[in-house]
Design a binder for this molecule. Structure first.
Ligand code: SF4
Length: 371
């Protein structure tokens, strides 16, 4: 048990402890694991020292799976995505851990150990990312057709007709008026249309794994709905593996097979989406569920906020990092950081009181009222 705790904290885990604590891919799936992350830690340099944004994360993703990383801003979920694509800002560094990726030919590569020139063949060809508010990242002075062609050309595809055919096909797949959008400039499209274009662009080189970082941020609720439907439909047609990053557990429930809830740089709950959504065992997952209005359903659901704010990553609380905000906290929570334990059926949670956790919003309202 102690070694499991250590693996969650920001300390190098032994191979044995890491293997024991590893987040396993779906038990029902026999598809090969294509991404295996072990003991990943990422830090940002600040004026007062290194700030640990991702701390000892283990994660396995199987071919064809959709895994959602859920958490508030600053939980480390987007940092993980950028680390996997080696696109961290200059002030950040991967301070420990490995990420072994199995490419489409079945060859395994160490994402963090590869030379830059070799990694360029992985980025976009094998693993692509749709960025937060990606609709604003399209070059405003390039037609959509040129953006697609230049992206393809940078990766060795120079046959204009082949690129055009592929682009038109993808624009149709994201349910756009393909011919019109192909010849348009980004400013001629709505935010939702530009986001669809960005999703289509990420698929241009047939990547095996796509990381979608908050793909519905800054979009109205109807457009969010449309984007979620597009992603679902693309997965049905193209069968890619997906990491979906969001703060919204109800959106994740629509798209993902598995959910990993992240808090203060660690995974605090992981499991099949039905388990985490309907029977969450970590109070933070419950807080996220209670804080966001569902985009489906007929009944009005009162919302409750998670009290307090995310911890200062430079001065983490003792014990469980969530204890200052948790309505279920007891004395032990301030002293001991709970290990991530297997609750059965690949559902895991890091909470001393996982058996007492309830979705009852009244529990949160009482804490909110108490200030
Ligand atoms: Fe809350 Fe304690 Fe569980 Fe942490 S360990 S989530 S403080 S009940």
């Amino acid at each position: 048990m102690a070694s499991e705790t250590n693996a969650r904290r920001y300390t190098p885990a032994t191979a044995e402890a890491a293997a024991k604590n590893a987040i396993r891919g779906t038990a029902e799936s026999t598809a090969p694991v294509i991404l295996s992350v072990r003991d990943l830690a990422v830090e940002y340099k600040t004026s007062v020292g290194w700030m640990q944004a991702v701390r000892g994360v283990d994660l396995d993703i199987r071919q064809g799976e959709a895994v959602a990383l859920i958490g508030e801003s600053g939980s480390g979920k987007s940092t993980m995505g950028f680390a996997l694509l080696r696109m961290l800002v200059r002030s950040a560094r991967i301070s420990q851990g490995t990420a072994v990726y199995r490419d489409r030919s079945g060859k395994e590569v160490d994402l963090f150990g590869m030379k830059d020139k070799d990694f360029r063949k992985v980025r976009w060809n094998e693993i692509a990312m749709v960025f937060q508010a990606a609709q604003n990242s399209l070059n405003p002075v390039m037609r959509i057709s040129d953006t697609f062609y230049e992206t393809a050309r940078a990766h060795g595809m120079t046959d204009r007709k082949a690129v055009r055919d592929k682009t038109i096909d993808l624009l149709k797949k994201v349910q756009l008026d393909a011919e019109r959008v192909y010849n348009a400039y980004p400013f001629e499209l709505s935010g939702g249309m530009r986001q669809r274009v960005s999703i289509a662009l990420s698929l241009l080189l047939d990547p095996q794994l796509i990381i979608l970082d908050e793909p519905t941020t800054a979009l109205d609720i109807l457009t969010q709905r449309a984007i979620i439907d597009v992603v679902k439909s693309l997965r049905d047609q193209l069968d890619f593996t997906m990491i979906f990053i969001s703060h919204d557990l109800s959106l994740a429930a629509e798209l993902a097979d598995r959910v990993a809830t992240m808090y203060a740089g660690e995974i605090v709950e992981y499991g099949p989406v039905r388990d985490v959504f309907y029977q969450p065992k970590h109070p933070y997952s419950v807080g996220l569920l209670n804080a966001v209005p569902p985009i489906v359903g007929e009944e009005f659901t009162p919302l409750t906020a998670i009290p307090g704010s995310t911890p200062n990553l430079l001065r983490m609380p003792t014990g469980c990092p969530f204890h200052p905000r948790c309505p279920f906290a007891t004395e032990i929570c301030a002293k001991e950081d709970p290990p991530l334990v297997d609750l059965g059926g690949t559902h895991m949670a890091a909470c001393h009181h996982h058996d007492k956790v309830t979705k009852d919003p009244a529990v949160w309202e009482r804490m909110e009222a108490a200030g």
